[in-house]
Design a protein around this ligand. Structure first.
Ligand code: C2O
Ligand code: CU
Length: 532
């Protein structure tokens, strides 16, 4: 039995909203008492339109009994306590310091590690100047702990704190970040590793590798300024479509820093346009290539590498010079082992690989796909010169395995079943008008695409835009085709349709969105709601 806390009191307000008790009130009244972090800090994002919102009736509330019952079925075990402080700080990227926001004073934030079955109990202290929250990317957790301001909780106000508490029901590689505005594109991210007490893999060492594109605090830029610039559409570009990023005097709408709008970044792997943002830096574990992290091991060691793309607008193509990668997991879930020389990770995606270390010093290179820049870390097992900062190992241009080529491990394969419901989500909009959306409707926290508990649900993403999108579903892991891998984030190429299936076994209100933070904030988000 939980004692009543600030959270449960706020939760009660949410519960009332969720059951529609307040829906009869005028729109903005119905959200009274809730502080929508992403809804009140700028006129430019879709969630900041200030439009009245009426909470629809007839859906499970995040704090409803269905959510508590689902949590009880997870048999929450011993508590694993963690304290996190979101704060403004100075970060050393390796020869370059920047002012940014982070968890503590390090980048990435200190990894959280727990064991399957544990109850994770995280106190978030918000020392930022804005409201925030924590979203646990990829976890099938209780809905009221999912960390989406305006949907699953009230934002945690500046100076306030919040207790997250939930059972961990799947082992694997996850991460966490805020779900307010463009905060995620600052330094607010960290790995979450859920260990399996019956770990079937054997390895000597483990290396968690977090990739990120970086703009915050560089020459006056902030993710908010980038968002403001992109939200204006391409009016700020010259009409020949030239990339004017970095040109001094360029109109960035009064925002800080040079233009960061990127045009003409091309990638065959991504089906064309690779991204919207020209990042000055690309980082592995918070380090610039000139001062890379070096991971020490012995020749012959088997190393489990957990790759996480925490970027805002960059897909990374990853390879380890001189080595093949044996893929064992994606997005936390096991796959039938497959070897490859390179992998492509969209924002939010994770891959676990095993490598057997050779003798020497080897570059782990993450190519910012289509952006002609690299991030670097080093695996060192012996002597020899460190790899050059700009090295591009041949494996990057070798065999590349995509998620579609993987098969789920038999232990996590979704049993064959015809979908009970198909939710058609057409990806629409574009950079010209910054009108990213699903089915032409930009994000409204009161939107609900209904699903019902017990259904096999198919999400059909049809990409009508001229850009790729990493689509992400909260609270569930979907299957990519019949025996395809279980994932929570998947790349949809321009012009392509991707159908993914999941079992509706985790009641609540769950976001579906593009994990390009600028697309999401400009409107490419929506909510799946379990019918009450
Ligand atoms: Cu990492 Cu809503 O996502
Ligand atoms: Cu997108």
């Amino acid at each position: 039995m939980r004692t009543p806390t600030r959270r449960t009191v706020l939760g009660a307000a949410l519960a009332a909203a969720g059951t529609g008790l307040l829906a009869a009130c005028s729109g903005s009244d119905s959200m009274k008492g809730m502080d929508h972090g992403s809804m009140n800090h700028g006129p430019t994002n879709a969630s900041g339109t200030g439009a009245p919102t009426t909470v629809p009736a007839g859906f499970v509330s995040p704090t409803g009994p269905e959510v508590a019952a689902a949590e009880a079925r997870r048999n929450p075990g011993p508590e694993r306590k963690v304290a996190l402080t979101a704060t403004e700080t100075t970060l050393d990227l390796g020869g370059r310091t920047v002012r940014s926001w982070a968890y503590g004073d390090r980048l990435p934030g200190q990894e959280v590690r727990a064991t399957l079955g544990d109850t994770l109990a995280v106190t978030l202290a918000n020392h930022l100047p804005q409201p925030t929250s924590l979203h646990w990317h990829g976890l099938a957790l209780r809905n009221d702990m999912d960390g989406v301001p305006g949907v699953t909780q009230a934002a945690v106000k500046a100076g306030a704190s919040f207790d997250y508490r939930f059972a961990l029901s799947h082992p694997g590689t996850y991460w966490f970040h805020p779900h307010s505005g463009a905060q995620q594109d600052r330094g607010l991210y960290a790995p979450l590793i859920v260990e399996d007490p019956k770990e079937p893999l054997s390895y000597d060492k483990e290396w968690v590798v977090v990739l990120d594109d970086w703009v915050d605090g560089v020459d006056g830029s902030t993710p908010d300024a980038v968002l403001a610039e992109l939200a204006k559409g391409m009016g700020g570009m010259d009409h020949s479509g030239h990339d004017m990023s970095g040109m001094p005097g360029m109109d960035t709408g009064g925002a800080a820093g040079p233009s960061r709008m990127l045009m003409g970044a091309q990638s065959p792997l991504l089906g064309g346009d690779a991204g919207d943002v020209a990042y000055p830096f690309h980082l592995v574990n918070g380090r610039l290539p000139a001062a890379p992290e070096t991971f020490a091991a012995k020749p012959g060691d088997r190393i489990r590498i957990r790759l996480i793309n925490a970027g805002g607008d960059t897909a990374y193509r990853v390879a380890l010079g001189g080595h093949e990668l044996t893929v064992t997991h994606t997005d936390g879930f096991p796959v039938e082992r497959a070897t490859t020389q390179a992998l492509l990770l969209g924002m939010g995606e994770r891959y676990d690989v095993l490598v057997t270390a050779k003798d020497g010093a080897f570059p782990l290179t993450a190519l910012a796909e289509g952006k002609n820049a690299t991030a670097l870390a080093v695996l060192r097992t012996g002597g020899g010169a460190a790899p050059d900062a700009s090295v591009r190992p041949a494996e990057l241009d070798g065999r590349l395995l995509t998620a579609a080529q993987l098969k789920a491990d038999a232990s996590v394969r979704l049993p064959a079943r015809a979908p009970d419901r198909t939710v058609a989500l057409e990806l629409t909009g574009g950079m010209a008008k910054a009108d990213w959306a699903f089915n032409g409707r930009r994000y409204d926290p009161a939107q609900r695409y209904p699903v019902a508990a017990g259904e096999r649900v198919r999400l059909e993403f049809r990409n009508s835009t001229s850009m790729w999108h990493p689509v992400h579903l909260h609270g569930h892991s979907f299957a990519l085709g019949g025996d395809g891998p279980r994932k929570d984030t998947a790349i949809v190429l321009p012009g392509a349709t991707l159908a993914v299936d999941f079992d509706a076994d985790n009641p609540g209100l769950w976001m579906v969105h593009c994990h390009n933070v600028y697309h999401a904030e400009n409107g490419m988000m929506t909510v799946l709601g379990y019918r009450a």
